[in-house]
Every structure is written in structure tokens, then in C-alpha cells.
Write a protein of this length. Structure first.
Length: 261
């Protein structure tokens, strides 16, 4: 497979970058092609600007519209176009970061802001029906996405009754709002807890867990998010009353795949 590995940590000596290097080496040994994009090392610019779209700065900037026009006219800035080509060539996108303020570091969020644009990451329409393809469909359908993240807190505090909230729900904006929205299969995340206090033995355990996960990257069962056009949602994109009755919030958008007797 072709794996695009995004890394976001300001220190190349960090656990994040060290694990990425070990993971990439392991995938290479297994015969896969790996492209690491260390956003800090690349000095990636996370700020959306009119110049991205060759847009007249004197004119009001409607970002989605300007992005779509730039993509259609071939006027998108070279750095964004290069990242989009890497995404299109990849079978798997690994998004690797320390969890800061319950989300991605700003440089990584800015990568998605500038790369997953209207006309690439969203706003894709079915040529026959005119339906907007999203949540299970879209330009990136057929690819897989996986989060690898390090967390300073202990695992229990991100559990079902933990003070921070369940980690699956904390990562919902990435898993559901980026991966699933664009058509990618969202794989279960790999999380390293207590990362800023880890010993050498604990790091070795984290590296072993990562390698074990990467060894089955193509066979992992994705999170069973409901698809927009699979019949569960009405015309207003609200779940039908008979779908997950009584369930509200984020959990309602994950299908119950357990076999009932």
C-alpha cells in the first residue's frame, strides 16, 4: 500500500516523531511505500490566504468559492496542489499528533484547512443525481484514515465516565468530520496515554503496539459510521425515528453491528 503519514510535533526528538519513524520503517519492511510529511520540519504554512487561490486581495474572499474556482482553473498554489496529489496517491492517511486542547495542533488543523478544500475534500457532487457526496462517499472514498495520538492524561480519565470525556467522542471531529465525511474509512485510533511521563519500557511497549497495528492496516475493521445515503437519514440529514430510537448525540451516528438473537 501507499501510506501518507502526517506528523505534527515541534521537536524531532519527541515520542511522536520517534514513533512515526519506527512505524514508517516497519511498514517499509513489510513492503509498503511510506511518505512522511513532518509539518514542522517542512515549515508548513497553516494560514488560508487569498494567494492560495490566486485571488485578488482587493476583492472579498469567499474561501469555498475561491477554492473551487482555483481548482477548476488550475490556479491553486503549488504547495497545496502537491499535498493533494500525495493524498490522492495514498491508500491510507495516518494523522499523527499530540492531543493539545482536545484536538490537533494548529499547524495540522491548518493543513486540513488548506488541503481539504471545496472541490477536493468536500463539495463533490454525483454527476447523475446532483447529490452532494459526503459521509461515506466523496472524493476520497476507498481510502482509509487512522489517528495516532499521544495523550498526557491517564487512560481512565478518557473512559466512559472519565472527566475528559470518551476519547472516541473527543476524536469525533476527525474520525467522522474529516475521514468519514470525505469518504475515507475511519480506522480505530491508536492512543498512547501518559506520554509525557513514559519510561523507556513504556515507549517500547507503545512502539510494539504501533507495529502490531500497522501489520494489519489493510484488514482492520473501520468504525461503522452510518452513511448519509444508506437510508438511515431523512432529507434534512436527521436520523429517521426508527433508527437508534432513544439514542442522541454522537453515538447515534455509529451503527450497532452486534448480532441480536
Amino acid at each position: 500500500m501507499n501510506i501518507l503519514w502526517l506528523v505534527a510535533h515541534p521537536d524531532a526528538r519527541s515520542m511522536t516523531r520517534s514513533l512515526a519513524d519506527e512505524g514508517a520503517a516497519h511498514l517499509t519492511e513489510l513492503g509498503h511505500d511510506v511518505h512522511i510529511r513532518d509539518l514542522y520540519a517542512l515549515n508548513w504554512d497553516p494560514i488560508v490566504a487569498a494567494a492560495d487561490f490566486d485571488h485578488d486581495p482587493e476583492e472579498r474572499l469567499f474561501v469555498a468559492r475561491a477554492a473551487k474556482e482555483a481548482i477548476d482553473a488550475g490556479r491553486l498554489s503549488a504547495d497545496i496542489k502537491a499535498e493533494q496529489e500525495l493524498v490522492l496517491a495514498a491508500d491510507v492517511l495516518v494523522v499523527h499528533f499530540p492531543l493539545w486542547w482536545f484536538g490537533m495542533p494548529a499547524i495540522l488543523k491548518g493543513w486540513f484547512d488548506r488541503v481539504f478544500l471545496h472541490g477536493f475534500g468536500f463539495g463533490i457532487k454525483d454527476p447523475e443525481t446532483g447529490t452532494t457526496l459526503r459521509y461515506g462517499d466523496g472524493n476520497l472514498r476507498g481510502k482509509r484514515g487512522m489517528v495516532v495520538t499521544s495523550v498526557g492524561a491517564r487512560e481512565a480519565s478518557f473512559g466512559p465516565r472519565g472527566i475528559h470525556g470518551e476519547l472516541e467522542q473527543v476524536l469525533f471531529p476527525i474520525q467522522h468530520g474529516i475521514f468519514h465525511y470525505t469518504g475515507m474509512e475511519a480506522l480505530p485510533p491508536l492512543v498512547v496515554y501518559g506520554a509525557d511521563r513514559s519510561t523507556e519500557a513504556e515507549y517500547a511497549l507503545a512502539a510494539a503496539r504501533l507495529k502490531e497495528r500497522l501489520s494489519v492496516l489493510g484488514e482492520l475493521e473501520p468504525v461503522p459510521f452510518r452513511t448519509q445515503d444508506g437510508g438511515d437519514y431523512d432529507a434534512d440529514l436527521v436520523l429517521h425515528p426508527h433508527v437508534a430510537p432513544g439514542v442522541t448525540g454522537l453515538a447515534a451516528h455509529v451503527a450497532d453491528t452486534r448480532v441480536r438473537t
